[in-house]
Ligand binder design. Structure first.
Ligand SMILES: [Zn+2]
Length: 331
């Protein structure tokens, strides 16, 4: 917890932060407590057992018990943000999530398997590797369904104000990192603030995970740009991100996210030029040295989709596998 002021003093609303230790970079995930008579938690950390202690201790440091939390609002259904939703639900909090997130949890598993198979194959996964990816996707769907429990959550709509425990939020639809990601805007003590989840982080560009290895994977980078389009032109005094420090240079973060997306796209084009015609996996290997994390492949798929849309690359489909090559820009 970073804020030092006493709760309730002078009627000021305090936003305090709870940091969860997670295994992958940047090694932490943040949840935020809006301290008001009916406290609201934005995101909930990861599902590991120690996260329960983290949340209890984080609340206790501010003088609250779990039972005091009136509502939970989630930005997107990744495990490091929805991990402790069941705990908060048990202790009486009402859980709010974007409507399409809740609908997506009802996804038919056979359709998910077909999506992973088709897109995985296009990227040059075969045999056991495909089956592994299908299992991974299914178990993450099941886990998310268990954590968020769609039938018990309250849906909210994008681009329409909604009220949680007396506080008004606007949910801006910001896909690219996750297809149904919400960035939550609200007013705190006369400041316009944004809970940006994993779409706007000052210290690095979040992965273009979007849908994972599934139908739509090639749209990830375009979708990320659309998010930046939606955020641009708005004004926020302070941003509370899902990772990295709280920051005030809102426009700077949009600019650096865009330029990081452009660097990814340029590196991908360079890799296609160097090794094409090549599969997305080969292109990823050329771009990153070695493929250590699925997110690197997903970044590549998103960048290839963008490059194709811009007429810079084309691909030949050989038995479901895509072979990309450089396409001279048309005059
Ligand atoms: Zn995420």
């Amino acid at each position: 917890m970073e804020e030092q002021s006493e709760r309730g003093v002078s009627g000021e609303t305090v936003v305090s932060r709870i940091d969860f230790d997670i295994e992958w970079p940047p090694k932490h995930a943040a949840a935020y407590l809006i301290e008001e008579p009916a406290p609201i938690l934005i995101d909930t950390g990861d599902p590991e057992e120690r996260a329960e202690a983290t949340i209890r201790e984080g609340l206790a440091a501010r003088g609250y018990d779990l039972e005091d939390v009136e509502a939970v609002v989630v930005t997107h259904p990744h495990s490091d943000h929805i991990g402790q939703v069941p705990l908060l639900r048990e202790t009486g909090a009402t859980v709010y999530a974007p409507r399409p997130v809740l609908e997506q949890l009802e996804r038919d598993e056979a359709d998910l398997a077909a999506g992973v198979r088709e897109i995985g194959r296009s990227a040059e996964y075969h045999g056991e590797a495909i089956e592994r990816e299908i299992e991974r996707a299914k178990s993450s769907l099941e886990r998310n369904r268990r954590l968020l429990a769609p039938e018990e959550a309250v849906p909210f709509e994008f681009d329409e104000p909604f009220t949680v425990a007396g506080r008004e939020f606007e949910a801006i639809h910001t896909p690219g990192h996750q297809i149904h990601h919400a960035s939550l805007a609200t007013d705190v003590n006369g400041e316009r603030v944004l809970f940006s989840g994993d779409v706007l982080i000052e210290s690095f560009r979040p992965g273009a995970i979007h849908v994972g290895l599934d139908y739509g994977a090639y749209d990830a980078v375009d979708a990320f740009h659309r998010s930046m389009d939606r955020l641009e032109g708005r004004a926020f005094d302070r941003v509370f991100p899902g990772h990295g420090p709280v920051f005030t240079d809102y426009e700077g973060a949009i600019e650096s996210t865009r330029s990081a997306l452009e660097s990814l796209t340029a590196e991908t084009l360079e890799a296609v030029t160097a090794v094409g015609p090549a599969t997305p996996r080969e292109i990823t290997r050329n771009r990153t040295g070695e493929v250590r994390h699925p997110a690197q492949l997903l970044d590549t798929l998103g960048a290839l989709g963008t490059l194709e849309g811009r007429g810079r690359v084309e691909y030949e489909d050989r038995d479901g596998v895509r072979y990309y090559s450089f396409k001279k820009a048309s005059p």
